[in-house]
Design a binder for this molecule. Structure first.
Ligand code: URA
Length: 190
């Protein structure tokens, strides 16, 4: 277990998998360290690889739109990826890269202790919720595990490929806010 600052350094210096040799730089999670919502996506894209910041490319603009649809800004959430380095050619991160990177995600989760975790896309949902997770059928469904409420929504890049998914994703984000309200009301019944 690391502090936030140690974690950033460990991620930046990591060479636990072959992505360390092809990346420009590792991309640690970023955002509000007291956020109640943790967004977990797949892996940095090429612009993220160049800048070292998650969701600065085209998918990031879709993410901003989704957040704005529920009156949230990036500063209100914490966002990270299952794998912290860009897979060359934008392919799915290999199971080996995911395994190697998982301790960082665990550490982020323990530091943040978010009531709600939102998986962005299939890779995160299959890693965090269920290896058989089918994003087109199961987006917007909820599981409660180890004290965290978890759901999955379409990945912003998938929305770019098929804009018809935007409405579903907006509705799923509305449900995220509703879930947070429900959790808070259960904690403070008066
Ligand atoms: N896509 C992702 O999955 N993560 C990012 O940080 C950017 C694009």
């Amino acid at each position: 277990m690391y502090t936030w600052d140690e974690l950033q350094i460990k991620i930046k210096q990591c060479d636990r998998c072959p992505l360390a040799r092809s990346r420009q730089q590792a991309v640690p999670g970023r955002g509000n360290r007291k956020a109640k919502i943790m967004l977990v996506a797949e892996a940095p894209g090429s612009q993220e690889d160049q800048q070292g910041i998650p969701f600065v490319g085209p998918a990031g603009r879709v993410l901003d739109l989704l957040l704005a649809s529920v009156q949230l800004r990036r500063q209100d959430v914490y966002m990270t990826n299952v794998v912290k380095c860009h897979p060359p050619g934008n392919g799915d991160p290999t199971p080996e890269a995911q395994e190697a990177c998982l301790p960082f995600l665990r550490c982020e989760t323990l530091l943040l202790q978010p009531p709600v975790i939102v998986c962005l896309g299939r890779i995160a949902a299959q890693r965090l919720i269920d290896p058989q997770f089918k994003i087109s059928r199961q987006h917007g469904s909820w599981v409660h595990r180890k004290g965290y409420w978890m759901t999955a929504v379409y990945h912003p890049a998938a929305i770019l490929r098929d804009p018809a998914r935007l409405e579903d994703a907006k509705q799923d984000f509305q449900a995220v806010l509703a879930k947070l309200r429900e959790i808070e009301e259960a904690q403070y019944p008066l």
